[in-house]
Design a protein around this ligand. Sequence first.
Ligand code: HEM
Length: 253
Amino acid sequence: MNSLCRMLNSTVGKKFLMAVSGAGLFLFATGHMIGNLQLFLGPEALNRYAHFLQSLGELLWVIRLGLLGLIGLHIGSALSLTLENKAARPVDYSHGQTPFAASLASRTMLGGGVVVALFVVYHLLHFTVRVETVNGTEILFRQLQTPEGHPDVFAMVVAGFQVWYVSLFYVVAVGCLCLHLSHGASAMFQSLGLRSHAWWPVIHKGAMIWSAVLFLGYAAVPGSVLLGYGRGYLESVQQGQTAATAVMTQEAH
Ligand code: HEM
C-alpha cells in the first residue's frame, strides 16, 4: 500500500494519474456531446433522455461523484507537476521567448484548463442547479416543465442560449476545452507509455480531428439556437404557462 502511494506520488505516478483521469474526462466530453445533439431530434427526444438520466437516482450520484473525483485528480496532479517543474528549473530557459517547437495547444494547457474549470462551475449553476441570477433571462428554469411534470430541458437550453453573451461564453469555453484536448489526448498516450514511432502520426492526427468534431458538436447547440432553432417551441411553452397562471388567478378571485 505504502509503495503504491509512493509510486503515485512520484513524477511518473502523477503523470499516470493525469493521463488516466484525462482519459475518463475525454470519454465524458464525448458522451455529453452525443447527448446534447439530441436537441436536433426535437423536444420529446431531448426531454426523454434528460428524464432517463434523472431517473437513474442513486446511480446518477455515483456518476457525479466519480466525475468530481476525476476532475480533482486531474487538476491536483497538473498543479503538482507544474510546481515540481518550476522548482526544478527556477530560471526560464526560453528567456520569455516562445519555444520553437511548442504548439499553441501545448503552451496553453494550464491557462486553458483553468478557463474550462471556471466554465464547468458556471455551467453547473446555469443548467444543473438552475440558479436564476446567472441565466441572463427573466425565465425561471426550474419552472419550465413538460405536460408530464418533468423538467423541460429543451425549453431551458433554448432559453439559455438565446442570450448572445451566454452563447458566446459557451463557444469560447468549448474552444478552450477542445484546444486543451487536441494536445492532451495525444500527450496521454505518451504518459501511459503507448507512444510508438509508427503510430504517433495517427494518434496525433486522430486527437486533432476528434477535438475538432467535439468543438463543432458542442458549438452547434448555441449556434443553432441563436439562428432561431426551437424559438417557436419556447414561445408556446411560455404562452401555456401564462394561460395557466391566468386561470389560477381567476379561480383565486
Ligand atoms: C454547448 C455545450 C453544452 C451544452 C448545451 C450542455 C448542456 C447541458 C445540460 C442541459 C445539462 C443538464 C442536464 C440535466 O439537468 O438534465 C448539463 C449538465 C452537465 N454538463 Fe453540459 N453542456 C455543454 C457543455 C459541457 C461541457 C464542455 C462540459 C465539460 C467538459 C459539460 C459538463 C457538464 C456536467 C459535469 C454536467 C452535470 C451533469 C450532472 O451532474 O447532472 N457540459 N449540460
